[in-house]
Design a protein around this ligand. Structure first.
Ligand code: PLP
Length: 393
């Protein structure tokens, strides 16, 4: 059996999304910037997609900018605000558990003379509002706090942060790349000034995302070239991907309640069975204040990376730490930020359940996990695990 439990890394393209995209990959192939009919037809599709997305998010279409995904949106926000607001100040507040797209851009800005405050999180992976209040300075130009974390799924108090930033007159950005799948985001209610999203996390195509920028914010353009995206983000418009993202978001919003209910049921069943049958393991992050499909488990005496490899051999796809930083066997900085034992950041495995998972797949995963964890605790080194042979389950 093959089981995909890595929906936080990416999701399967929805068939209806593909159908919506195909005409723009085949017949309607004009460049959306061209003035002839081929181009105009493509531009019309992009305009419609922008309007559809704006409506779903409670924005106006002039506030939606298409990008190549979450990484680009995060980079743009930080660089664009830092550049245009530097006369007001050079201080930015974020958290210790942001995605590398944020953290590595912050590190770059620090080298350029900006000052960044990285807020701590509590043991549930959530920031304390008081730490944000204490961190604010005269020269703070931006607060950027992710909506929900990619590794442990913890959901931040976005509405409260938004209200606080509004009161202080500080711009507020949130990386909603993980949250968009299961949470209806109300930009106005939450006082969000800027927001990053990525289509491939909600059954849309890869390589397309958006940055919501509230009207009136003076952000610097990110990619220079042609006049696309109102001169802010140059490059030939990716018409099929944009059309696909709009369709994917529409389907996601339409089915959200039903899918959330199904995912929650699978998640609770999975967690209960694991805790019941596997000793010395714990759920990392918040019990309730987390993304529905996220199950991050720390298995004592077992390395997370080894578990990922061993589960893969049984056809089960999961992540240790974040897939976006995979390839490095660094301990998880997100788990480390929760303040537990050192080993906690090395023995975690992320299972991310999606709308297409079934109870049979979850049962199979539980069955494999129970045997695997026990076997792996008998072997002593990562070497033995990678070489296999001792891991027949
Ligand atoms: N932000 C978060 C929270 C993510 O989880 C990811 C990807 O996993 C990104 C940003 C990067 O998004 P993209 O893959 O579209 O570049």
């Amino acid at each position: 059996m093959k089981v995909y439990l890595d929906n936080a890394a990416t999701t399967k393209l929805d068939k209806c999304v593909l159908d919506e995209m195909i005409p723009y990959l085949t017949d309607v192939y004009g460049n959306a910037s061209s003035i002839h009919s081929f181009g105009r037809e493509a531009q019309e599709a992009v305009d419609n997609a922008r309007m559809k997305i704006a409506k779903l998010l409670g924005a106006t279409d002039s506030e939606i900018y298409f990008t190549s995904g979450g990484t680009e949106s995060d980079n743009w926000v930080l660089n664009g605000i830092a550049k245009n607001y530097k006369n007001k100040g050079k201080h930015i507040i974020t958290t210790k558990i942001e995605h590398p797209a944020m953290l590595n851009t912050c590190a770059k800005l620090e080298k350029e003379g900006y000052s960044i405050t990285y807020l701590d999180v509590n043991k549930e992976g959530i920031i304390e509002l008081s730490s944000l209040e204490n961190a604010v300075r005269e020269d703070t130009i931006l607060v950027s706090v992710m909506f929900a974390n990619n590794e442990i799924g913890s959901i931040q108090p976005i509405e409260k942060i938004g209200a606080f930033c509004k009161e202080k007159g500080i711009l507020f950005h949130t990386d909603a790349v993980q949250a968009a799948t299961s949470i209806r985001i109300d930009l106005n209610k939450f006082n969000i000034d800027m927001l990053s999203m990525s289509a491939h996390k909600f059954n849309g195509p890869k390589g397309v995302g958006l940055l919501y920028i509230r009207n009136g914010i003076n952000i610097a353009s990110f990619i220079n070239g042609g006049h696309q995206e109102r001169n802010y983000r140059a490059g030939t418009t990716n018409t099929p991907a944009i059309v696909g993202m709009a369709k994917a978001l529409e389907i996601t919003y339409k089915n959200m309640e039903e899918n959330n209910k199904k995912i929650l049921k699978l998640r609770d069943y999975f967690v209960d069975k694991i805790l019941e049958n596997i000793p010395d393991c714990k759920i990392n992050g918040s019990k309730n204040n987390r993304l529905l499909g996220n199950v991050n488990i720390g298995f004592d005496y077992v390395k997370g990376e080894s578990m990922v490899i061993a589960l893969d051999l049984k056809g089960i796809a999961v992540s240790s730490g974040s897939a976006c930083v995979a390839g490095s066997s660094e301990p998880s900085y997100v788990i480390a930020a929760l303040g537990g034992k050192k080993e906690d950041s090395e023995n975690s495995v992320r299972f991310s359940i999606g709308k297409d998972n079934t109870i049979e797949e979850i049962d199979y995963t539980i069955e494999v996990l129970i045997k695997l964890v026990s076997k792996m605790r008998e072997v002593s080194s990562l070497f033995k695990i990678i070489k296999g042979g001792t891991l027949e389950v």
